[in-house]
Design a protein around this ligand. Structure first.
Ligand SMILES: [Zn+2]
Length: 335
């Protein structure tokens, strides 16, 4: 396996993890917690699979001759381009935009699934070992990290080597300028896997970065009246977005959206919000609105959806970011 080297001034921790609720503070990031999920029942199968892969690799060294490849561009035996995978939706979206329509970038997180706690199917681990490139965020999904170790693809591009992923908050993709920083490294990694496609990858990377910069300008302009506004969400997914556009992010639970806050935590947050300029509690489309509703009821506030774009349910990344802008403009209170 080749770890794709990228020039970067930001080498960040790989130990991103999830966290329980922390005291509510504007812009607070959850503290680090060791989060090594046991790999459950498929671990032994993986070991066996890795052994099988090793044996077959001896016969045909990985990456020895791309022209030997008779399998497909989409991991299903279709097409003739490189097999490219991404670990979850925002990285799949970006890689797909740059790879172009001739290549189908598949995701290791099942359609509609929540990536924080995702587990891999054995067939996905098997497909990973056949891939020419995986674009991933090391430290975010333990199951993906372990699969990469057990059955490595030919090359890995780790977004955490490129963008400034801080502490254990993985949600960098909600800052479009950080997504734009990934465009060229993704194009370079694709070109290493498929030199003939290089010029196309560079061209589409430039177009994608430009679209992300346009989106950033729309968000900047659209949120310029809300600098210093308090953004209250259930899931702590919006620190990067808030940092970029001058909001004060506060969350009820931590980085993991599936954690339910205790009644004591709800009471604590209610007390902290009393008297602050807040009119909306945001929740994410995938999670139950219950936490937000309980709190909003108690304080006489509204609730609204804000999408952390962790999977492809909501549609296209750019569109969903624009829907988020609209939701913020109608739900935030100017400071
Ligand atoms: Zn999240």
């Amino acid at each position: 396996m080749i770890i794709v080297r990228v020039s970067t001034t930001h080498r960040r921790s790989r130990a991103l993890s999830h966290d329980l609720a922390k005291p509510l503070r504007p812009g607070a990031r959850p503290a680090r917690k060791n989060h090594r999920r046991p790999w459950r029942s498929i671990a032994s199968s993986i070991a066996a699979l890795a052994a099988v892969t090793l044996v077959s690799a001896c016969g045909a060294p990985a990456g020895s001759d791309p022209s030997d490849r008779t399998d497909g561009a989409d991991g299903n035996g279709n097409g003739t381009g490189p097999k490219v995978m991404a670990s979850f939706y925002p990285l799949q979206w970006l890689t797909q935009e740059i790879a172009g329509s001739q290549i189908t970038v598949s995701s290791l997180t099942p359609k509609g699934a929540e990536p924080h706690d995702s587990e891999l199917e054995l067939s996905q681990v098997s497909a990973l070992g056949e891939a020419d490139l995986l674009v991933t965020l090391g430290g975010f999904q333990a199951a993906v990290d372990q699969a990469v170790e057990a059955n490595p693809p030919k090359a890995v591009l780790d977004a955490a080597d490129v963008v400034p992923v801080e502490g254990d908050d993985p949600h960098f993709w909600l800052d479009p300028t950080l997504m734009a920083e990934l465009a060229t490294p993704v194009a370079e990694a694709l070109a290493q896997a498929d030199p003939a496609g290089g010029p196309g990858y560079v061209e589409r990377a430039n177009a994608t970065a430009a679209a992300l910069k346009d989106l950033d300008q729309e968000l900047s302009a659209g949120l310029s009246d809300f600098k210093g506004s308090i953004l209250v969400t259930t899931h702590a997914a919006f620190n990067y977005l808030s940092a970029r556009y001058g909001l004060d992010a506060m969350s009820i639970v931590g980085v993991d959206p599936e954690v339910e806050p205790s009644p004591a935590r709800i009471a604590e947050v209610a007390q902290q919000l009393t008297g602050l300029k807040v009119k909306t509690i945001y929740f994410e489309d995938q999670a139950s609105p219950k936490t937000a509703e309980v709190l909003a009821d108690r304080l006489g506030l509204a609730t609204a959806v804000l999408n952390p774009i962790e999977n492809d349910n909501a549609g296209d990344y750019l569109q969903t970011m624009r829907s988020n802008l609209t939701a913020l403009q109608s739900g935030l209170e100017s400071p």
